[in-house]
Design a protein around this ligand. Structure first.
Ligand SMILES: *[C@@H]1O[C@H](CO)[C@@H](O)[C@H](O)[C@H]1NC(C)=O
Ligand SMILES: *[C@@H]1O[C@H](CO)[C@@H](O)[C@H](O)[C@H]1NC(C)=O
Ligand SMILES: *[C@@H]1O[C@H](CO)[C@@H](O)[C@H](O)[C@H]1NC(C)=O
Length: 479
């Protein structure tokens, strides 16, 4: 391993989960390729690597940009029950990994100048302090960061449960939020998760900086507020994104792309709710009708519906075992829409589809990943959040950024009807409003790409970090 005094040496500790690993690796690669950092990358696993994690680790090792170290697993038996919620389990894992980190850090000579952890890794910051390293936290998006940094203030100011408040919760300089849309751990202040959440917030406020996977143009208002309003604390906020995984060359070209090749430019609406997102059977039916009525081209990644909650269906559902998603399409739908669209029941290469010139819209559950991918492909969205935490993404994309339309009632609250779906689809794909959104999203795509190039805002933010690290090394040497 080449070491050089002039290179800032950072350690990244990545906590379990494919999504976090993807982002942490991208950050590491960026630091190495664009800013000549030396990066030691510790992977913490929950027992053993999932298939997704193994694959990522292998390809990162093959790239040789980062010095990857997979830490030995920690025995959590006696600490957590099998029924312990995953958040609590991972939190105790990240506490118990500290002795391992201590010995790993002392083996690194000279001592690295900074530690970067993700949102679950804040317990490890204590170890960085013992080694006189700078401490940074890397988070995925700006709004949740603001609500987290502000949580200790809300904790002092608001009496009783947040969910019992009559008014939206106001964060200085940010969109206000309905109490029920706050992060899960804030929904019940008597639970231990709430205290862990506050603890993470306090550790973040004490860090030497927070890195966010966004860029200045996308989150201007929120970033400015966090920097200027005292109530968010004084940790510097660095926007270092957009960092998304660049798809490697696929082993074989998907037939879906062949189909897209034959469609007109920007004519196809891509529909996918992420790997975990499922619709109700009724919603599948309404969506199908809406698409058919809209007469627009589509590619729909369809998964089996959520099991029906109605008592009289329950036994029928159970006896049927795994449901067939196609059963819930209206009779004759596939035949009638044969020339319009494709229904896909297998995995689809999302980044390639979004990047294809024929794709002109994305009906999305608004995970931050997917939203960034869509923006960086210049594709406007129909925002269709499935969980509370995605609702704020949807609101932001539609109201603040102007690159999405969304149903009047949130899909988390009820079924969106076929007429409304028809209108939304036509708006994005065929009407002037969609054109304006497409122009806006293309501007953002360019601004996101620019942010990462020399002289761009995210590039400069990382240069600042490097400077801070050099200064702290210099002062460590002079002491
Ligand atoms: C982000 O995207 C990667 C693949 O690009 C996926 O494996 C991961 O689960 C996603 N994370 C989240 C939080 O959606
Ligand atoms: C919070 O959780 C406690 C018990 O875990 C429960 O009694 C209480 O009703 C919950 N409060 C809210 C607002 O959900
Ligand atoms: C966006 O969705 C992700 C889940 O993919 C969530 O973790 C995050 O908090 C949401 N961001 C906003 C701005 O609410």
């Amino acid at each position: 391993m080449e070491t050089s005094k002039s290179k800032p040496h950072a350690v990244i500790v990545s906590s379990p989960g494919v999504g976090r690993l993807v982002c942490d690796l991208e950050l590491g690669n960026r630091l190495v390729t664009d800013h000549s950092f030396q990066v030691t990358f510790f992977v913490v696993l929950d027992c053993q690597a999932t298939a997704g994690e193994s694959q990522l680790i292998q390809s990162a090792e093959a790239q040789k940009l980062l010095h990857i170290v997979v830490l030995p697993p920690v025995d959590l038996s006696g600490q957590v029950e099998p029924s312990t919620p995953i958040f609590t389990r991972l939190a105790s894992l990240m506490r118990e990994i500290r002795p391992t980190l201590r010995s790993a850090f002392s083996a690194l000579k000279p001592t690295p100048s900074a530690l970067v952890v993700d949102i679950l890794g804040t317990p490890a910051l204590e170890v960085a302090e013992e080694f006189h390293m700078l401490k940074y936290v890397f988070v995925t998006s700006a709004w949740p960061l603001a609500s987290m940094l502000y949580a200790p203030i809300l904790d002092k100011e608001v009496e009783g449960e947040y969910v019992d408040q009559k008014e939206p919760i106001r964060l200085p300089g940010c969109m206000s939020v309905l109490p029920e849309d706050l992060a899960d751990p804030m929904l019940n202040r008597t639970k231990p998760e709430y205290n862990s959440f506050l603890q993470v917030a306090l550790e973040m406020r004490k860090s030497d900086g927070v890195l966010v996977n966004t860029w200045e143009d996308l989150d201007a208002a929120t970033l400015t507020a966090m920097r200027e309003e005292e109530s968010y604390g004084s940790a510097p906020v660095y926007a270092v994104g957009p960092l998304i995984r660049v798809a490697g060359p696929a082993a074989s070209r998907s037939k879906l792309l062949d189909w897209l090749d034959e469609q007109p430019v920007e004519s196809v609406l891509y529909i996918s709710f992420g790997s975990l997102g499922v619709l109700s059977a009724q919603q599948i039916t309404e969506l199908a009708w809406g698409l058919e009525l809209s007469r627009q081209k589509f590619m729909w990644v369809l998964r089996p519906p959520t099991p029906s909650k109605k008592k009289d269906d329950a036994s029928a559902d159970r006896s049927r075992g795994d449901e067939n998603a196609l059963d819930h399409l209206p009779d004759g739908f596939l035949e009638r829409t044969h020339s319009l669209g494709l229904v896909v029941t297998q995995w689809a290469p999302q980044s390639e589809i979004l990047g294809h010139r024929s794709t002109g819209g994305f009906l999305s559950h608004c995970g931050w990943n997917s939203s960034l991918e869509s923006i960086l492909s210049g594709v406007p969205m129909i925002a269709w959040p499935l969980y509370a935490e995605q609702k704020m993404n949807a609101t932001k994309l539609a109201e603040e950024v102007g690159v999405a339309v969304r149903p009047k009632i949130a899909p988390t609250k009820g079924v969106v009807g076929r007429e409304e779906i028809e209108i939304l689809v036509r708006k994005v794909m065929a009407e002037p409003e969609g054109k304006a959104m497409r122009a806006r999203v293309k501007e953002l795509k360019i601004s996101g790409e620019k942010a990462l190039t020399p002289g761009g805002s995210s590039f400069n933010a990382v240069s600042q970090l490097a400077k801070q690290m050099h200064q702290s090394e210099a002062s460590a040497v002079s002491h």
